[in-house]
Design a binder for this molecule. Structure first.
Ligand SMILES: Nc1ncnc2c1ncn2[C@@H]1O[C@H](COP(=O)(O)OS(=O)(=O)O)[C@@H](OP(=O)(O)O)[C@H]1O
Ligand SMILES: Nc1ncnc2c1ncn2[C@@H]1O[C@H](COP(=O)(O)OP(=O)(O)O)[C@@H](O)[C@H]1O
Length: 206
């Protein structure tokens, strides 16, 4: 999709040059999971760990992005599709800047996650499934939203009266009901190290 009568301008500094300067490989950690599953908590812990390791990263969080860029969108299926489309474009720009990016959105539809992946280079999209049973999410209910949804005060609530497509083959599968936040974060950072997204050189220069 592009605006009519616009032409792409190649830029002088490439994505590879920006990444080389930071001694890291751009990547997108795409967190997905139910409300209350732990996306924000784990993504924040990972981002803090990456920062400590000297990695140049950035976190786009669902609730926060809906305070600005996507503040005009609600929770109908169409609005969620547009929400994820915009986020995937923004994430792509951040990757272009050479960063390790995290996005923490419910992103309930598999087709939207697939489209986000298709916008990136091979291997850059890392799906992180925050797999927490809805019973646990509901017991946590950190924002009191499940209570409101059960009372019929919020409609189209994911897992109650709006669909969530469970990831079929996520790169990282995180179980927050059996692991601590720290263990979940270490699992994810360990994956990035094992796959060479963070190099020894970048750690030594930190
Ligand atoms: N109807 C409904 N369904 C789900 N979630 C709701 C709803 N209404 C408000 N909220 C709050 O919005 C947060 C989800 O926003 P996202 O942008 O991640 O959703 S989506 O990816 O477009 O589905 C979600 O944040 P998290 O709890 O962090 O997931 C909720 O705080
Ligand atoms: N291992 C864990 N990982 C992530 N969150 C956990 C874990 N154990 C308990 N929690 C709690 O679960 C809640 C998850 O909320 P949040 O991170 O906002 O989820 P989401 O962003 O998916 O809506 C927080 O209150 C957090 O403290």
């Amino acid at each position: 999709m592009k605006t009519e009568n616009t032409v792409w301008h190649n830029q002088q500094i490439s994505k590879a040059q920006r990444a080389d300067l930071k001694q890291q490989k751009p990547a997108l950690l795409w967190y997905t999971g139910l409300s209350g599953s732990g996306k924000s908590t784990v993504a924040n812990a990972v981002d803090a760990l990456l920062f400590k390791l000297g990695c140049h990263s950035y976190l786009l969080d669902g609730d926060n992005v809906r305070h600005g860029l996507n503040g005009d969108l609600g929770f109908s299926d169409e609005a969620r599709v547009e929400n994820i489309r915009r986020i995937s474009e923004v994430a792509k720009l951040f990757l272009d800047a050479g960063l390790v990016v995290s996005t923490a959105f419910i992103s309930p539809f598999a087709s939207d996650r697939a489209q986000a992946k298709a916008k990136l280079e091979e291997g850059e999209f890392i799906e992180v499934y925050i797999d927490t049973p809805i019973s646990v999410c509901e017991a946590r209910d950190p924002k009191g939203l499940y209570k409101k949804a059960r009372a019929g005060e919020i409609k189209d609530f994911t897992g109650i009266d709006s669909t969530y497509d469970v990831p079929v083959n996520p790169e990282i599968h995180v179980k927050t009901d059996t692991k601590s936040v720290e263990e979940c974060a270490e699992q994810i950072v360990g994956y990035l190290m094992a796959k060479g997204f963070i190099t020894q050189a970048s750690l030594q220069s930190a």
